[in-house]
Design a protein around this ligand. Structure first.
Ligand code: RAM
Length: 345
């Protein structure tokens, strides 16, 4: 009897051990599926756009969410009402107070937000920028739009090729402190110095602040102030949509070329009516996706922003950090009446 009892006890112990071992295996599987640290809970990613209400950032949010789903991470999205550096600092500070693992931010001013980003990093919140970079001291990796030089050159060429490379041109930008627009404008100015473009004259640069009303007023102002204007380049989706509307309302499409960076969904009607013949952009969904993968790699410690480091960015494949701590979206898309229907974003 005693022997039977002992045997039964040993068997029961074995059974309990087996159940625990199986449960532990199950746990590992979950971790693998989610692919994230933090005991399978994933990382918390917090995206801060330049401002809310701009559809390109909603697309970036969608891309971040898709990446987060693959990685087992969680996401939040919140930004200032206006593309304003001080408002953005407030959003950064309240995001940091919630203690996310990483911020993913498009900067309204590279320097004005630097102290807030440094404070975030001191509190163990990693910082990755996307779209519009901050001062590199404030972030680990920058998930960039296609190479800035190419974005600048392409816009000058889209304008020049429609005006026989001759005449007055103007730029209608976003905010005066936007890192991305200012970098593209720098490359546009350098491109204009090439012999091919020597008969094109940049008469002014104005700022619509990525606000539809202000952009509309600035576009109207340009048409009024510069009677010989041949082309307006708007390196902002908000600016180009407002400019195209103003130029077509004033029946000036034949006289003034509108080009720059535009969302197909907002530009389709102007492109199809022939008012805007060429404009360019990239997938903002892919940009948000890339930025989320970059943030995940930084939080996990896989990437520290050093040149030559690589990480897998899901469907985008392996990407490598360059000397500026940046990774790039490769594809700059140029939309024309012939191809615009292919693009659904
Ligand atoms: C606007 C914003 C954004 C820029 C695009 C092209 O939506 O300024 O930062 O990347 O235009």
């Amino acid at each position: 009897m005693e022997r039977t009892k002992r045997l039964f006890g040993a068997f029961a112990l074995l059974l309990v051990a087996l159940v625990f071992a199986l449960a532990a295996c199950g746990g590992d599987d979950d971790d693998d599926e989610e692919g994230a640290g933090g005991e399978g809970e994933g990382y918390s990613l917090y995206m801060i756009p330049k401002n809310v209400g701009n559809p390109v950032f909603d697309l970036a949010n969608k891309g971040m969410q898709a990446a987060a789903k693959e990685l087992g991470d969680t996401t939040q999205f919140n930004g200032p009402a206006e593309a304003d550096p001080q408002q953005q600092v407030q959003v950064i500070n309240s995001a940091v107070a919630q203690g996310p693992d990483a911020l993913i931010i498009s900067a309204n001013d590279p320097d004005a937000i630097l102290p807030a980003l440094q404070n975030a990093r001191e509190k163990d919140v990693e910082v990755v920028t996307f779209d519009s970079d901050a001062n590199p001291e404030g972030r680990t990796v920058f998930a960039s739009t296609p190479e800035a030089q190419k974005v600048g050159e392409t816009q000058i060429e889209m304008c020049g090729s429609q005006i026989n490379y001759k005449g007055d041109i103007a730029i209608l930008s976003a905010t005066p402190t936007a890192t991305n627009q200012n970098t593209w404008i720098k490359f546009m100015k350098e491109t204009l110095e090439q012999d091919k473009y020597k008969n094109m004259k940049l008469v002014t640069t104005v700022y619509g602040n990525d606000d539809p009303t202000k952009s509309t007023e600035e576009a109207q102002g340009l048409l009024q102030a510069y009677r010989n204007l041949k082309c307006i380049i708007a390196p902002t989706t908000v600016g180009i949509a407002a400019t195209a509307r103003v130029v077509s309302q004033q029946n000036a499409c034949k006289r003034v070329v509108v080009t720059g960076l535009g969302l197909p969904s907002e530009m389709r009607d102007f492109v199809k009516s022939g008012c805007v013949k060429k404009n360019a952009l990239w997938s903002f969904e892919d940009l948000g996706y890339l930025a989320a993968y970059a943030a995940h790699a930084v939080v996990s410690g896989e990437v520290s922003g050093e040149e030559g480091e690589s990480f897998e960015a899901g469907k985008l494949g392996a990407v490598t950090v360059d000397a500026n701590g940046a990774v790039y979206l490769p594809e700059l898309l140029v939309f024309t009446p012939q191809n615009i229907d292919k693009y659904k974003f």
